[in-house]
Each structure stands twice: as structure tokens, then as C-alpha cells.
Design a protein around this ligand. Structure first.
Ligand SMILES: [Zn+2]
Length: 296
């Protein structure tokens, strides 16, 4: 029996308000549960406009351009339009996700700030933002979060230190093969990492030879492990690419692959036997820039 840990990253207001409810409907229909990593604070997507319109990013979106994926308003948030607060705009969506049995966790306070500026952020700023997300989470759900997933798979020693202090059960910040305890520049951390093991949709569609027709074949070919972790985005798989995610979920059912939230995987892991591995920066096919990967 193989298992698929399913992560949903929620990066923008549109993804939150339109993509998440549709994903919740789909998951209810297919009887699967997942982990939602929410961006809680301001949607500053407009500030990422240089990254979004970089040639590499445009080609990786395939035929789906950034305007149709994100919406024009999203591309102006934080610049020409004020940055709206994502979760505060309708906290009932987070509550609904938890009520329907999904795990709710933290992606970020400000996704763009983390993804584009983390290297330059002081530990105190990272902690301050993290606590804002944590406070809002607790206000809405009445308990503390057990997990987080770093935006854009960006980590620094400072961000790992902050996450250690939050007493989280696990983080899913990196790309790799299997769960491990992280070390970075010789510094060791105590919070378990559960890496994403498969390529994301935008990466696969950016390879040139992958399209909507062969996408799930390619994805399934990469799910060779007993335990796989796949990340989807509320902005893509929750919106225009939802039929492809539905196809994936039906295929998991047909091939007897259990789809579970990451908390289910975390509960199975014997921390005493978990290996320690280095986190380093790596380049992934179909993705511009570097991400945190497992390995020396
Ligand atoms: Zn994200």
C-alpha cells in the first residue's frame, strides 16, 4: 500500500476565497483529507510582479498565463492596489476546512515577503510575522497550529530557529525524499521536516513536454515511494486546473493509494530513528531560482 500526503498551499486572496472552497467541495466528493497551509496576512502578490513576469516563470506557466492563473487584481495587490488581508477577509473558510476534517497549518503571514526577502530578514522580523499568523490561527480555531510550510521552499538558519521555538510538530519546508531532522551550516534543529517528494504542477508544465493530457501520467511515474508528498496550489489546482486534481484523486483511488494529511504521516514517524540531514540550496527542473533541498 502506498500513501500520498497531500499539501495545499494557499498564497493569495483569490486562491483563499475562490480556490479553497472549491477544493473543499472536491475533497468531500472524493472523500479525501489534506493539509491546508494558509497565508494569513496581506496579499502582496503585486510586489512579486518582477518574479512573476520573469521569462522562466512565464514559460513554466505553460499556456496558462499569470493573469488567468492569478487574476489581474492579484497582480496589482501591494502596488497599485492596497494589499488585502487574506484570512481575515473570511475566517469561516479556515473553520470550514478544519470542520471537514482537514489539517490547517501556517504557510506564512506575508508570502511575498518570505519568498523574496527571507535571506535579508532578521530573526526578530521572521518571528514577529510568524506570531501574527499564529495569533490569528489561534483566534479562529481555538488551538495552536502544529505545522508550517515555508513559502517557495525558502529557509534560513533564522527561519528554522524561529520554527523550533514555536514548538511545532513538523515543518514541510524542503524538497527531498523522506522525513528527516534538519541541519544547516553545522547548526542542528529539532523540528521534523517532511519534504515534498514530487514536482509541482507549475514545474512539470514548465518542462516543455508535459501538458494537461500527460500530466498525471508523469506525476504518477514519480510516485514510486511508499510514502509520497505532493504539493498543490489553491490558485491552480483549486481553480482552472481542478479537473487535473480530480483526475489525480480518482487515479489514487483506483490504484489504492491512500490520500492523507501530513499530520497522519508525522504520527507514524519514530523521531528517535529519524536521520539527520543537511539542508542546502538546490535547483529544480522547471522552477526558477533556488529552493531548500535535502542532502549534503
Ligand atoms: Zn506558497
Amino acid at each position: 500500500m502506498t500513501v500520498l500526503g497531500l499539501k495545499v498551499d494557499v498564497d493569495t486572496l483569490r486562491g483563499y476565497r475562490e480556490g479553497v472552497p472549491r477544493l473543499l467541495d472536491l475533497f468531500a466528493q472524493r472523500k479525501v483529507r489534506a493539509t491546508f497551509f494558509f497565508s494569513f496576512g496581506p496579499d502582496n502578490s503585486g510586489k512579486a510582479i518582477r518574479r512573476i513576469f520573469r521569462p522562466g516563470f512565464l514559460s513554466k506557466m505553460g499556456r496558462t498565463g499569470p493573469v488567468s492563473t492569478y487574476g489581474l487584481r492579484t497582480l496589482l495587490y501591494g502596488t497599485l492596489l492596497p494589499a488585502p488581508l487574506i484570512v481575515a477577509s473570511d475566517p469561516a473558510i479556515v473553520r470550514r476546512a478544519e470542520d471537514e476534517g482537514h489539517e490547517c497549518a501556517i504557510h506564512s503571514w506575508d508570502h511575498v515577503k518570505w519568498q523574496d526577502e527571507l535571506d535579508r530578514l532578521d530573526e526578530s522580523v521572521i518571528e514577529e510575522d510568524f506570531l501574527k499568523a499564529l495569533d490569528l490561527y489561534e483566534k479562529i480555531l481555538g488551538h495552536l497550529p502544529r505545522a508550517c510550510a515555508a513559502p517557495g521552499w525558502q529557509v534560513t538558519a533564522e527561519s528554522l530557529r524561529v520554527q523550533d521555538r514555536m514548538g511545532l510538530d513538523y515543518c514541510s519546508d524542503v524538497r527531498g525524499e523522506a522525513p528527516f531532522l534538519p541541519a544547516l551550516n553545522g547548526e542542528v534543529f529539532r523540528t521534523l521536516q517532511i519534504p515534498t517528494t514530487t514536482a509541482t504542477m507549475d514545474e512539470l508544465l514548465g518542462l516543455g513536454d508535459v501538458d494537461d493530457v500527460n500530466f498525471n501520467d508523469r506525476l504518477f511515474r514519480a510516485m514510486r515511494r511508499k510514502v509520497n508528498v505532493h504539493t498543490v496550489h489553491a490558485e491552480m489546482e483549486g481553480m482552472s486546473k481542478r479537473p487535473l486534481l480530480d483526475q489525480l484523486l480518482r487515479r489514487c483511488r483506483d490504484e489504492e493509494m491512500d490520500v492523507v494529511p501530513l499530520a497522519t504521516l508525522a504520527a507514524e514517524i519514530d523521531r528517535k530513528k529519524t536521520p539527520r540531514r543537511d539542508v542546502r540550496r538546490g535547483v529544480l527542473p522547471g522552477r526558477s531560482g533556488t529552493v531548500a533541498v535535502e542532502g549534503s
